[in-house]
Write a protein that binds this ligand. Structure first.
Ligand SMILES: C[S@@+](CC[C@H](N)C(=O)[O-])C[C@H]1O[C@@H](n2cnc3c(N)ncnc32)[C@H](O)[C@@H]1O
Length: 227
């Protein structure tokens, strides 16, 4: 499913002399984030969730990898991105819902696609919130919190930092996003992330790492210097 240039880049990273390039902080971060959401969905299904709603799905493959009899996956993404995925994806998989996550009528669109408000649901909002405004994030989370059946659960992650505009890392992050035609909108300030039940994770190496409720989605996570 990878576009040809990404498949080529991925093959190059397997060449021994270039292998080190693939071992940077961002890859490790994305691997940890993938595992976090995999475990979240798996636990929810083990506990009896009947629906999984993946908001801002991109090329998410959980509808195939974590599929179970009796569980329905829904994927929400913008129409153009979703059409591209559908043109390459294998058979089976999710119920596709082409919609803007910021659309106030998202709940109606999900229901029109077969989402059942009386069923236990796991919602994932992975790698999306930074593309929305603060108001859109609040509305989306409010909507998702209100439409699932009993014992529904939701996992979401936020970009953290980049507010140190003078820092090299902050400048690089913004440049990298802009060069791909993307703009960061919403992100948590470091102080807010620290105050929302921070917990240390992983081995403490060069600096402490703090996740709030879920890992940040910064392409180059800008963790607090120390705690
Ligand atoms: C960084 S990708 C994350 C994809 C996937 N969730 C993951 O973590 O690998 C962001 C995804 O959000 C989608 N997206 C961005 N803005 C959106 C919006 N307003 N409504 C729905 N999807 C959106 C993009 O099309 C893209 O697929």
């Amino acid at each position: 499913m990878l576009p040809r240039r990404w498949a080529a880049a991925s093959a190059l990273l397997r060449v021994p002399v270039l292998h080190r390039l693939g071992r940077n902080q961002s890859f490790a971060y994305l691997a940890a984030r993938t595992r976090f959401y995999d475990e979240f969905v798996t636990d929810a299904l083990d506990d009896g969730a009947e629906q999984v709603v993946v908001v801002g799905a991109g090329l998410d493959s959980r509808a195939w990898r974590l599929a179970r009899p009796g569980a329905t996956f829904f994927e929400v993404d913008l129409p153009a991105t979703q059409a591209d995925k559908r043109s390459r994806a294998p058979d089976g998989g999710p119920v596709y819902v082409a919609a803007d996550a910021a659309d106030p009528s998202l709940a109606d669109k999900l229901k029109a696609a077969g989402f059942r408000a009386d069923e236990t649901t796991a919602f994932t909002v992975e790698g999306l919130t930074m593309y929305l405004t603060r108001e859109e994030v609040a509305r989306l989370l409010g909507t998702l919190a209100s439409i699932g059946g009993p014992a529904s659960r939701l996992a979401v992650n936020f970009g953290v930092g980049f507010e140190r505009h003078g820092s090299r890392r902050g400048r690089f992050g913004r440049l990298a996003m802009a060069s791909g035609g993307e703009r960061y909108n919403f992100r948590l300030a470091l102080a807010d992330a620290r105050s929302s039940s921070p917990r240390p994770v992983g081995p403490m190496k060069r600096r402490s790492q703090v996740h709030s409720s879920a890992p940040s989605t910064s392409p180059t996570p800008d963790w607090p210097a120390s705690r």
